[in-house]
Design a binder for this molecule. Structure first.
Ligand code: MN
Length: 256
């Protein structure tokens, strides 16, 4: 007799720009209906308050406080706002470094912003940080160091496998989005990540699924790829990623 299938574990999207869709309220409604645990990253501290208001009553949305590296030069004066709001959330992002710019002064500003943010997180303890590292993976991993006092998640990682292994040795998690899952290089990097460190994300609305901006429920397509890579069924992959997210949230020291 077939057994009753267990209820699937909730989906997890650890990096979604909820505020950047035409109608964030519609996306939040979908998140709530689907029960998709979503870290809603922001790109500047000034956006954080507004998104908190919109997501106020949402059970599955965690609003993160961020300062995107590509906006660091323009918005580094918002660092005091960042510091003032940090105690209001456990979640930080999008932060990081982006060396697409070849202007050394801009890279230096990005490093100064990221270093300050990491110092604040180390003092506060227990933060969950979602991190951008395009063309700057080594400097990002160096900035967090070996003893970060919280957890960081490398979002859409595209650096070398060697640097990725170094990050993992330092405790980093890696979040996989549909664009990564569908590229050969993305998959070869994901294969380097131990299963307990893998998370799912969409990076919506920037990543598209089909011809539409991805929404949090689209992490399902990441799970299909992970299931194939891990040779398990999709429900099991879903359970693994959800457990990883739970471990991440429960594992931090909260006192001392
Ligand atoms: Mn992003």
């Amino acid at each position: 007799m077939p057994s009753t299938p267990a209820r699937p574990a909730p989906l997890v999207d650890t990096h979604c720009h909820v505020d950047l869709y035409p109608d964030p309220a519609v996306v939040i409604k979908g998140i709530e209906q689907g029960g998709v645990y979503t870290i809603a990253v922001t790109n500047t501290p000034s956006v954080f308050d507004r998104l908190c208001e919109i997501a106020n009553s949402a059970r599955f949305v965690r609003v993160a406080l961020g300062l995107h590296p590509e906006l660091a030069t323009e918005r580094h004066r918002e660092l005091p706002l960042f510091k003032a709001r940090l105690e209001r959330t456990r979640y930080v992002g999008e932060v990081g470094l982006d060396y697409q710019t070849i202007v050394e002064a801009d890279r230096a500003t990005q490093r100064r912003v990221l270093t300050t943010i990491i110092e604040c997180c180390n003092t506060a303890r227990d933060k969950v940080v979602t991190v951008h590292s395009r063309r700057a993976a080594d400097d990002v991993v160096d900035a967090f160091g070996e003893h970060f006092n919280g957890h960081y998640v490398l979002h859409w990682y595209s650096g070398s496998a060697r640097t990725l292994r170094r990050a993992i040795a330092n405790g980093a998690y890696v979040s996989v989005n549909p664009a990564m899952a569908h590229s050969e290089r993305g998959r070869s990097l994901i294969a380097e990540v131990p299963r307990p460190r893998v998370l799912s994300e969409t990076d919506g609305p920037f990543v598209t699924v089909g011809s539409k901006p991805a929404v949090p429920a689209d992490v399902e397509s990441v799970l299909v790829m992970l299931a194939e890579m891990w040779a398990v069924d999709v429900a099991e992959a879903r359970g693994i990623v959800y457990n990883n997210f739970s471990d991440l949230l429960n594992d931090s020291p909260r006192t001392g």
